[in-house]
Design a protein around this ligand. Structure first.
Ligand code: ZN
Length: 86
């Protein structure tokens, strides 16, 4: 699936491709990982956004997921607002 992540400080949007899981597969494991579990944190999203593995402060305001294109082609706009979770 492809995850689009915006840096709210610069406005820059970057695409991250995740080949490990689907957003909605098996009751939304990807959704869970990106919105609730580890990858909801700015420190992880920073790595996805920049492609650089480096320390980054934890938080929930710096990066926003603006869109997801799931492996099956489903498009999920603004998942952080429309998700039933979180
Ligand atoms: Zn963190």
């Amino acid at each position: 699936m492809r995850v689009f992540i915006r840096d709210n400080e610069t406005g820059e949007e970057a695409e991250y491709e995740d080949r490990r899981m689907d957003w909605n597969f098996d009751d939304g494991i990807g959704e869970f990982m990106f919105l609730e579990a580890n990858w909801s944190c700015d420190c992880h999203r920073h790595v996805f956004h920049t492609g650089i593995y480096e320390d980054f402060p934890c938080g929930e305001t710096r990066y926003t997921i603006t869109k997801v294109i799931d492996t099956n082609g489903d498009i999920i706009d603004n998942p952080e607002k429309t998700s039933k979770k979180k």
